[in-house]
Ligand binder design. Sequence first.
Ligand code: SF4
Ligand code: SF4
Length: 88
Amino acid sequence: MAKKLPKQLAILDEDLCTGCEACITVCPVDCIDIIAGQRDPNVLKVCTIDLPRCIGCTLCEQVCPWNCIQMVPTEQVQINPAYADKIE
Ligand code: SF4
Ligand code: SF4
């Protein structure tokens, strides 16, 4: 049986992320990883969230200094083509 998803999931806008890693330090389930930045040559690393492991705790959203993370109702994430396949 598939894992029960939380009511909301953290959606991270990698275009806004500065790679400061503040979110990584607070995530209780270690589901945020640092990856190479693709967009801005001055931003060498950005964060990405492994959505199936997110428990929707909101801590990352609260600490992000750049407001790159938003909590989104899971049913909205499930119908968004950009994320749907990540949480099947
Ligand atoms: S909402 Fe909580 S569990 Fe999900 S990525 Fe953010 S800190 Fe981690
Ligand atoms: S706290 Fe915000 S800016 Fe910093 S790494 Fe996380 S998502 Fe990016």
